[in-house]
Design a protein around this ligand. Structure first.
Ligand code: GLC
Length: 452
């Protein structure tokens, strides 16, 4: 992304800043009183790190309710500490967001203090972030899943704190499965057959708009997540293994892609080749799809009061390949503090607050963003709000991570090559076997003999 394009997002920030000032003026006195409290030395617990009022700019993604919940969380911190926050809206598309961040960070820009980063980015962006282990008390960190803390630790530095964890889920229309006497599919083959049978019956009865299965088929990071699920759940591995050896050119991967290719124009619309998360959710939530693969955030929205499918939706682990085990791709977001921030202490305090128990609970209740803190999985209120909380820990246990740790800085290139091969196959541009053989060779070259 060019600096000029990056400036667009920062300009957006200016607008938000003035909106924020408006809000501050109207909310007025509470923040003012708290700020005065600080001036008088009346600290509010750990947040007394904030000495004089500063403005912290935070960039959040915009998938579903992300912007909204990020704003309300950051504003609550601002009110508590007497500081200000600015929200920088960034694209929901992971590739576009990474490219914006790379541009800002390469320029050493102090315009963003706190970055929301994807679980796959610590390895490639680490050098631009402060070690949060130096800024956030150990007690505030110990409840997070160890795997996530390990994922975010690069050369002994904690470059980001886990914020929410994602894993691919299967959403289905309970009412339609029941009407047609069908069970929730346990294998991809079964999903294919059920979708075909229900579509045939429903379309014959006039539901011409209905689709069988919607997912993320656009050529971007989301397709890496979907294709990895088909392949890993079929026993085809994780593109490269834990030692960095390229494993993608194998028969199970070929048969997983062959099956997915058969969905296009059959149980999935041709337009799926350009679908990201929100396109799939749009189709499913408006009642135009039987099955959907998506992240947990779609649960709260599908069951919101204004959702046409409210109360008709079920959620389950993704299907497995024949003879395989379900494998949800591990996703999720972290918060990092820029090395170029003028206020690293306050920025780290905002990260501590947003990743804390209460805020993660609020986000889980309001937006079904899954906590990264173990103790929240025993919380009664959360268990009641979210039927898949009970099983989410099992889903996480069998989740498959993208190979971003072993490939470090080269992960993004690997993912782009993978997406290219998968998207070509789905589009009918070469067979799965041909495209995966070519991909295997390209990744071998990129991996420099497994050293990456
Ligand atoms: C979600 C996940 C993230 C993944 C992205 C792909 O935002 O949290 O890990 O890379 O979707 O679209």
């Amino acid at each position: 992304m060019s600096l000029a394009a990056a400036a667009f997002y920062l300009k957006n920030k200016e607008n938000l800043r003035s909106n924020r000032e408006e809000t501050m003026r109207s909310a007025g006195t509470i923040a003012g009183t708290i700020a005065l409290g600080f001036a008088l030395g009346v600290g509010l617990g750990p947040s007394s790190a904030a000495r004089a009022e500063v403005t912290i700019a935070i960039s959040c993604s915009s998938l579903g309710q992300e912007q909204e919940l990020c704003r309300s969380g950051a504003e609550a911190w601002a009110q508590q500490t007497g500081n200000r926050v600015e929200l920088i809206s960034t694209p929901a598309d992971a590739n576009e967001r990474l490219s914006l961040y790379q541009t800002l960070l390469a320029a050493g820009s102090p315009d963003v203090d706190v970055f929301q980063i994807d679980v796959i980015w610590p390895g490639s962006l680490a050098s631009h972030f402060v070690d949060l282990g130096d800024h956030i008390p150990a007690e505030a960190l110990q409840d997070h899943f160890d795997q996530l803390l390990a994922n975010n630790t690069v050369e002994d530095q904690l470059v980001a704190v886990p914020w929410f964890v994602d894993a691919g889920l299967l959403y289905y229309r309970e009412d339609l499965l029941e009407k047609h006497g069908r069970a929730v599919p346990k294998t991809w083959q079964e999903l294919t057959e059920t979708a075909k049978a229900v579509l045939e019956a429903e379309r014959a009865a006039g539901a011409s708009e209905l689709q069988g299965f919607v997912w993320q088929g656009r050529a971007y990071e989301g397709l890496t997540c979907n294709a990895l699920e088909w392949i890993a759940s079929q026993g085809g591995g994780g593109i490269v293994d834990a030692d960095g050896r390229v494993t993608i050119d194998n028969e199970q991967a070929v048969s997983a892609l062959d099956l997915a290719q058969s969905w296009i124009g059959s149980i999935s619309p041709r337009g799926i080749l350009n679908y990201a998360e929100e396109d799939a959710r749009g189709a499913f939530q408006s009642g135009r799809a039987l099955f959907m693969r998506n992240w947990p955030y779609a649960w709260a929205l599908a069951n919101a009061d204004d959702s046409p499918v409210k109360g008709k939706v079920g959620v389950a682990a993704l299907p497995a390949g024949e003879g395989g085990k379900p494998a949800a791709t591990l996703g999720g977001q972290q918060l990092a503090v820029s090395r170029y921030s003028a206020h690293p202490e306050e920025a780290a305090d905002l990260v501590r607050y947003l990743t804390g128990y209460e805020e993660q609970k609020r986000r889980a209740l309001e937006g079904s963003f899954n906590p990264t803190r173990r103790s929240l999985y025993d919380d009664e209120a959360l268990l009641a709000a979210n039927p898949f909380y009970g099983t989410f820990l099992d889903i996480l246990e069998s989740a498959v991570a993208r190979p971003s740790t072993v490939t470090g800085r080269r992960y993004n290139q690997l993912s782009s090559e993978f997406v290219r091969a998968v998207h070509a196959t789905l589009s009918g541009n070469g067979t799965a076997a041909e495209n995966l053989t070519a991909l295997g060779r390209a990744l071998e070259r990129l991996s420099r003999g497994g050293r990456w």
